[in-house]
Design a protein around this ligand. Structure first.
Ligand code: FDA
Length: 311
């Protein structure tokens, strides 16, 4: 792994930095590129702008992970329930994506499961989907067990899978068999070579092989929903070409990109008639998430440095 990437991912897990760095003006200015604001209203306003100007739909996520008290998990669930109401009131084409450790997976797995069930029901009432993020590899078993349990009752729930993990092909097949929904990403965490491909070239190859399964005849026959969460234009193009060559319609799958990243690619996808969502993050707990965004592209560190020097 590139040393800068490694250092940024280590910083993302540093307790002191997590607690204090968000107060530093330099980080506060720089993070605006990826986050329209810290409040739900900021995210809603950004989504309305994207929808009005470019007909791009949204996914919201309130930053936060690894809560250590159930009260914090309960508060996160209440917040998201209210967020679905706000989506319905504003008639927005928007979904929500949650981290299970934000909903209490570490401190009360069964209450976490209840929260996900309540959120899925509220999402259905708002005509929306609920997405479950994927976190570090020790959480994968628990996340997928909970996902399958919830999917039995609520068909409007999807889960993120990470192409860098060796296990993902098997996890994907189980979700295809269940007719579920997957958002495929490369993977954002610092993982050991015992569980994840260390080389980008292997992660990219894994991503494409999984993508082909996701839009393959078996998946489509079972009503599986395929979402590709990537900014990698080579991969986006390869998926489009494969879909075209195998007779898969443009509206049979969806792309999802992060707010503020590859904006021209986002606009092009929307113009070309592909289904597209932009994931908009908000909240005060943005430091670890922001470090992961910097790690994805070390050139972003120069962006922070320039912001430091700018008035
Ligand atoms: P890659 O990192 O190879 O980037 C391809 C190109 O995109 C780069 O060359 C650059 O031009 C541009 N780019 C990518 N990231 C950038 C950045 N931060 N700033 C500027 N340019 C950038 N991960 C996870 O582990 N669990 C999860 O639940 C999710 N959820 C999720 C949802 C959605 C909608 C997206 C788009 C991503 C995630 N991720 C995630 C993050 C994902 O795992 C991955 O870290 C990033 O998407 C970066 O990988 P790419 O596929 O974009 O390719």
């Amino acid at each position: 792994m590139h040393p800068v990437r490694s250092a940024l991912l280590a910083a993302s897990e540093n307790r002191w930095m997590r607690a204090n760095a968000t107060r530093l003006p330099v980080f506060r200015r720089a993070v605006r590129r990826f986050m329209p604001g810290e409040h739900l209203d900021d995210a809603l306003a950004a989504a309305e702008g994207l929808s009005r100007q470019q007909r791009i739909a949204a996914i919201f996520t309130r930053l936060g992970e690894n809560v250590t008290e159930m009260t914090a998990a309960d508060a996160a669930a209440e917040h998201y329930l209210a967020a679905y109401d706000a989506i319905a009131q504003r008639r927005l084409d928007a979904q929500i994506s949650v981290k299970l450790t934000q909903l209490g997976l570490d401190v009360g797995p069964s209450r976490c499961r209840d929260h996900v069930g309540r959120l899925a029901a509220r999402a259905a009432a708002a005509g929306a989907m609920l997405w479950i993020d994927m976190e570090q590899h020790p959480y994968v078993d628990g996340t997928l067990a909970l996902y399958h349990a919830v999917l039995d009752e609520h068909r409007n729930v999807g889960v993120c899978l990470q192409a860098y993990l060796y296990r993902t092909a098997a996890d994907l097949q189980a979700i295809v068999d269940a007719g579920g929904a997957v958002r495929l990403v490369k993977g954002a965490y610092k993982e050991p070579a015992t569980v994840a491909y260390p080389k980008k070239v292997d992660v990219d190859a894994s991503y494409l092989a999984l993508a082909r399964t996701m839009i393959g005849p078996d998946a489509r026959a079972r009503g599986f929903r395929a979402v590709f969460g990537t900014h990698d234009v080579t991969i986006i193009d390869a998926i489009q070409q494969h879909a075209k060559a195998t007779g898969v319609a443009r509206d049979a799958y969806e792309f999802a990109l992060l707010y503020g990243i590859q904006r021209s690619v986002q606009q092009q996808l929307a113009r070309d008639g592909y289904r597209l969502r932009v994931l908009i993050s908000y909240g005060e707990y943005w430091f670890p998430w922001y470090m992961r965004r910097l790690a994805e592209r070390p050139a972003n560190v120069w962006f922070v440095a320039r912001t430091m020097l700018a008035k």
